[in-house]
Ligand binder design. Structure first.
Ligand code: ZN
Length: 148
């Protein structure tokens, strides 16, 4: 009995010894991912969030059509520039050819659809699957527009 216990303890210690660097590695990689948000990624995120806010305010009736259109045009230009800059930065980082087309309209359409369906995250602008109650990206509660 004592022998078994001893073997089990040694086995547990060995497993811990082996697993520890792996766990530390996973932790480190998670931390690194946060730090690795590049300047262009941050700019793209800010631009898309601003666009989302405009869509949000328009749908909520806080913006009239004229304001909505001029703000949207302005922010779309910024978002497009940010997306292109991010694309270029990524292609430099990976050594890949830059992808020729930036599908901004598709991104905006997805945000708009998400807002109408209540699946666009109010915190991070991530477009979640229909019927989602919480954001898959950041865990925020969804559907605030519908509720207000
Ligand atoms: Zn989110």
């Amino acid at each position: 009995m004592t022998l078994y216990l001893g073997v089990a303890l040694v086995a547990a210690a060995v497993v811990l010894f082996i697993v520890q660097p792996v766990v530390k590695g996973i932790h480190a990689s998670l931390e690194r991912e946060d730090d690795e948000m590049t300047e262009t990624e941050a700019r793209k995120r800010v631009a898309l969030l601003a666009l989302r806010d405009v869509e949000y305010d328009f749908l909520a009736g806080k913006l009239d059509e004229a304001d909505y259109r001029s703000l949207k045009a302005e922010l779309t230009a910024e978002a497009l520039a940010a997306l292109e800059a991010d694309d270029a930065a990524k292609s430099v980082a990976t050594g890949a050819e830059p992808t020729a087309t930036v599908d901004l309209e598709a991104e905006i359409a997805a945000i708009r659809r998400g807002l109408r369906a209540g699946t666009s995250c109010p915190e991070c602008a991530y477009t979640n699957a229909p019927g989602s109650r919480f954001c898959s990206a950041c865990g925020a509660a969804l559907g605030e527009l519908a509720a207000s």
